[in-house]
Design a protein around this ligand. Structure first.
Ligand code: 4FL
Length: 246
């Protein structure tokens, strides 16, 4: 999969390639990340990317020409991309959208700025995406958030199990995790995790997941389709509840 970014701050976005899981995926050619400087596609001495808004008003507007210049070059070089503009006006980024985008072979993310982009650039844009209801100084961090989330779904980047176990796939929040030591300043690891009974462990984890989901995300709990383990876990939770009120 190829992901490209068009920005006026390329150095800011470059760091996404340098760390952890994504840097490994880039080295192993599982994803290709290309970052382009919009100023390289200007044709004046000052490399101007913005100008005053027609009709007046505060702030500047990004000029259309460098975007079209870039887009021509991009399509010539890499073929037609699925083009995203980061924008607070876009549809909100979520796990379903991440999965959908991870299936694209050629993604181009244009980093927007709040003051705005000349409307004629929208002709090049397939999708406007927001990462949440707040305003940032620019679309660089949203682009990096999207690359991070999308990369995780590219086959072979992280273990299939890790992706399957995630809350947005199971419909439940995660259970607690423990590692060594078994006891630390009197704080003990739950006994069930030390006994090695895998069925019991699964049931315990599911109970903890269900409890946390009911407490923090009742919306997810109400949408959840329960499997047999969920039902057993809920039954035990109810039993514990009944025994405590009696
Ligand atoms: C983009 C905010 C996506 C939230 C300013 C320019 C933004 C943003 N999600 N704020 N782009």
């Amino acid at each position: 999969m190829k992901i490209s970014v068009l920005t006026i701050f390329p150095e800011m976005v470059e760091v996404i390639k340098k760390y952890g899981v994504i840097s490994r995926a880039v080295q192993e050619n599982k994803i290709e990340i290309n970052i382009f400087n919009l100023r390289d596609f200007t044709s004046d001495k000052h490399r101007t990317v913005d100008d005053y808004p027609f009709g007046g008003g505060p702030g500047m507007v990004m000029k259309p020409e460098p975007f079209f210049m870039f887009y021509d070059f991009y399509v010539q070089t890499f073929g037609k991309p699925h083009t995203i503009l980061t924008s607070p006006q876009g549809r909100t980024f979520n796990n379903d959208l991440v999965k959908e985008l991870s299936l694209k072979e050629n993604l181009l993310i244009i980093c927007g700025r709040y003051e705005g982009i000349d409307e004629r650039v929208m002709e090049l844009v397939d999708d406007e995406i927001s990462i949440g209801d707040y305003v940032l100084t620019g679309g660089e961090l949203p682009a990096m958030v999207m690359i991070d989330a999308i990369s995780r779904f590219v086959p072979g980047i992280i273990s299939e199990e890790s992706v399957i176990e995630e809350s947005f796939n199971t419909g439940l929040l995660d259970h607690p995790h423990y590692t060594r030591p078994r006891e630390f300043d009197g704080r003990k690891v739950p006994e069930v995790l030390l006994e090695g009974n895998h069925e019991k462990i699964e049931l315990w984890r599911r109970k903890m997941s269900l409890k946390k989901t009911i407490k923090r995300r009742p919306d997810l709990f109400l949408k959840k389709e329960f499997d047999e383990v969920d039902k057993m876990a809920l039954l035990e939770l109810f039993k514990e509840l009944i025994n405590n009120v009696k």
